[in-house]
Write a protein that binds this ligand. Structure first.
Ligand code: NAD
Length: 477
């Protein structure tokens, strides 16, 4: 069993309280590690270290920040399989394919962040007085609190922390209590690559006592959080008390629109890939699929066949569809959402039961009523809701009938209709001919409505992690 401290100023050490907590491997539900349980005292020490680290890191030339992030990318590219593959599979329940995707995406994110370190462009503008000049500069925020989720614990942490560091900020990371080990490994990677040890702190612990203490700490100058909407609302309310810049990447209930001209077999394959990847534990997963009536029967038949042919069992098998849910609470949630929908009149097309352990069958519900949790709340599990719609307008209206607005997909060969849908759908991204779960290190990922605030990726991230300052000067005679 692994024993680990938290990472304070680059060094692993016990929590001030001496307490630790157990980390369970989702595949076996057995304890795989004991990790230091940080609280407000550890958070305070980490913020103080980060304040010192900020002075060193922000004073470096952007070129030096770029070099450190490129070194981190090179290490992950060369040794990512050996360092992180087993850990991702064990700690987060990833299949080998999902773990590889995450490692490769992490390399790409680190390289992209490295480039952004040298591109913190701002501008000049004409001053009203010809004897004066004005310019705008971008400055790092200072200490950024980074709060990360369990579902893609390496890539999503990199997506926040990598760009925050690129912009010259120092970090205090509070990872999910389900996946602290991969975050500790990421912190050590940054130090190894040349980020000052004081600027990299990973305080492991629970949401309320550790994450709560972090966002409330007066030394924190900005917050980047990826997680559920409920947690985001809480953190957002705390952050607003001090008017902190915040990037909040929250939940979703993404729609996939399947229009009548699209091949139903191809549509079913895309829909399955867009929801069942990593057991539906993907924020952009298409948990609502809206199919035009003309191809609905063929679509449902193809989807049922695809789901029933999925392979489970060995996470290290590249053919494995997905692994276990993260924990028992996630299993209780999918079962509760499914039971309520069925009791309220939905029909079960396929699935609806456990495969084994925490692995749940790919489950498809037809005609889930609007008021059911499975339709309007995030299940974050392998549960897809499919509905027939009369036409394009009904599909768009239903897609928009959600408090969330993270991403959407439109399956059509008619690009005029596809682009019309892109305009009409209220979401942070819309993809034609693809499912809504798309990633790109340069793209502005984020959501409308309760899906969050701000955008992450490429220069959109470094904009979030910097403040603008207007500087003007008098030229004299
Ligand atoms: P969560 O909200 O339970 O936890 C996220 C993080 O917040 C964890 O580190 C947790 O410890 C911390 N936290 C919890 N309570 C806190 C508090 N009071 N103060 C400070 N920190 C606190 O989310 P999760 O279950 O780990 O992740 C799944 C969720 O993340 C889903 O809702 C999913 O949609 C969302 N997500 C969003 C995106 C995106 O880009 N929009 C990406 C991935 C996941």
């Amino acid at each position: 069993m692994i024993e680990s401290g938290l990472l304070l100023a680059g060094a692993e050490q016990a929590a001030c309280s001496g307490d630790s907590f157990e980390v369970l491997a989702p595949a076996t539900e057995q304890v795989m590690a004991r990790v230091a349980r940080g609280d407000a005292r550890d958070v305070d020490a980490a913020v103080q270290a980060a304040q010192r680290g900020f002075e060193q890191w922000s004073a470096l030339a952007p070129k030096a920040r770029e070099a450190a992030l490129l070194r981190a990318a090179a290490i992950v590219e060369a040794e990512g399989e050996q360092r992180y593959l087993q850990l991702l599979m064990k700690e987060s329940g990833s299949t080998v394919s999902k773990a590889r995707f995450e490692i490769n995406y992490t390399v790409d994110l680190l390289r992209t962040a490295a480039g952004e370190a040298r591109r913190l462009y701002a501008e000049t503008f004409p001053n009203d007085d010809p004897q004066r000049m004005s310019m705008v500069v971008r400055e790092p925020l200072g200490v950024v609190a980074v709060i990360s989720p369990y579902n893609a614990p390496l890539a999503l942490l990199t997506k926040m922390a990598g760009f925050a560091v690129a912009a010259g900020n120092a970090l205090v990371i509070k990872p999910s209590e389900e996946t602290p080990l991969i975050a500790l490994a990421f912190g050590k990677l940054l130090v190894e690559a040349g980020v000052p040890a004081d600027a990299v702190n990973v305080i492991t612990g629970f949401g309320a006592d550790c994450g709560g203490a972090l966002v409330e700490h007066p030394g924190v100058n900005g917050i980047a959080m990826t997680g559920s909407t409920n947690t985001g609302k809480h953190i957002g309310a705390v952050g607003m008390q001090r008017m902190l810049p915040m990037q909040l990447e929250l939940g979703g209930k993404s729609a996939l629109l399947v229009l009548r001209d699209f091949d139903p077999q191809a549509a079913a394959e895309i829909a399955a890939a867009g929801l069942f990847n990593h057991a539906g534990q993907i924020c952009m997963a298409n948990s609502r699929v809206l199919v035009e009536l003309a191809i609905y029967p063929e679509f449902c038949a193809a989807l049922k066949t695809i789901c029933e042919a999925m392979v489970f069992g060995d996470q290290s098998d590249p053919a494995a569809a997905y692994g276990p849910l993260i924990n028992r609470a996630a299993l209780d949630k999918i079962q509760a959402h499914q039971s309520e929908a069925l009791a309220q009149g939905a029909q079960l097309l396929t699935g609806g039961a456990l495969v084994s352990g925490l692995v749940y069958q790919p489950t498809v519900l037809l005609d889930t009523p609007d008021h059911c949790q499975a339709w309007c709340e995030e299940t974050f599990a392998p549960l897809m809701n499919v509905r027939a719609v009369a036409d394009f307008d009904e599909a768009v209206a239903l897609a928009n009938d959600s408090v969330y607005g993270l991403s959407a997909g439109v399956l059509t060969y008619n690009y005029q209709l596809g682009l019309k849908a892109c305009r009409a759908i209220k979401a942070g991204s819309v993809h034609i001919g693809m499912h809504p779960f798309q990633s790109n290190a340069l793209a502005p990922i984020g959501g409308h409505g309760l899906s969050g605030l701000g955008r992450s990726g490429g220069r959109y991230s470094t904009e979030e992690f910097t403040e603008l300052k207007w500087i003007s000067f008098e030229l004299g005679d």
